[in-house]
Design a protein around this ligand. Structure first.
Ligand SMILES: [Zn+2]
Length: 216
């Protein structure tokens, strides 16, 4: 399940007692930076050039720093496993490349495909190793508006405690408060509408409260 948390609460240090994936008590707290995905339309800029794409992607990226995000022992084992698999792939690629260059010194016809295989192994190894970082283990990402941290693969116990964070955090309601100040402005309009059904009598009573508000 995916659990949503208000980004300001996460950045302010709100965290659960259990880890995201396993719902087990945290044995360590680590700083994690959650990032937003690059909007799909931005990839069109690659047609213009890699540099414009990189600049726009970096400018659009929303980051939320969680100062102390919980991880359990199983999270640690998962990190170790991914890291070893990634490093293992890199080692295999290097060993294989060295062996191939020794065994096939002058064979150009098979050299190209073999090099490609090793390059793909290096890319795969780096890719797997990069998922061993705390951010991917936490498997969270930021919404494109930067207001929400979405936590994927959330355990039920994490979801329960996350619900408590959502309930306790005053921050998520601040984005909605800007909409409440707009309501006082319509009330001046509805007060004009209100007198119509009540015809003559209510008009003075509605006009009178308006004047004190203006004085304040
Ligand atoms: Zn865990």
């Amino acid at each position: 399940m995916t659990v949503d948390l208000p980004a300001p609460a996460v950045a302010a240090g709100a965290a659960t007692q259990v880890c995201v994936r396993h719902g087990q008590p945290a044995t360590r707290q680590k700083k994690v930076i959650f990032r937003s995905y690059t909007p799909k339309w931005a990839y069109l800029l690659i047609l213009v050039g890699v540099l414009p794409f990189a600049i726009v992607a970096a400018a659009l990226q929303k980051r939320v720093k969680a100062p102390s995000w919980p991880f359990c022992q199983d999270c640690g084992r998962l990190r170790t496993r991914r890291f070893l698999i990634g490093v293992g792939l890199l080692a295999l690629a290097i060993v294989g490349a060295v062996a191939a260059s020794a065994l096939l010194p002058a064979n150009d016809s098979t050299g190209g495909p073999i090099v490609l295989v090793f390059v793909l192994m290096v890319i795969a190894g780096l890719g797997v190793a990069s998922t061993a970082a705390y951010g991917p283990i936490a498997s969270g990402y930021v919404s494109n508006d930067g207001n929400t941290v979405h936590i994927r693969r959330a355990h039920e116990r994490f979801a329960e405690q996350a619900a408590a964070i959502r309930a306790a955090a005053p921050q998520p309601y601040q984005p909605y408060q800007p909409y409440q100040p707009y309501q006082p402005y319509p009330p001046t309009a509805p007060q004009q509408y209100a007198p119509h059904p009540h015809s003559a009598a209510p008009v003075p009573t509605h006009q009178q409260p308006e004047q004190p508000y203006r004085d304040r």
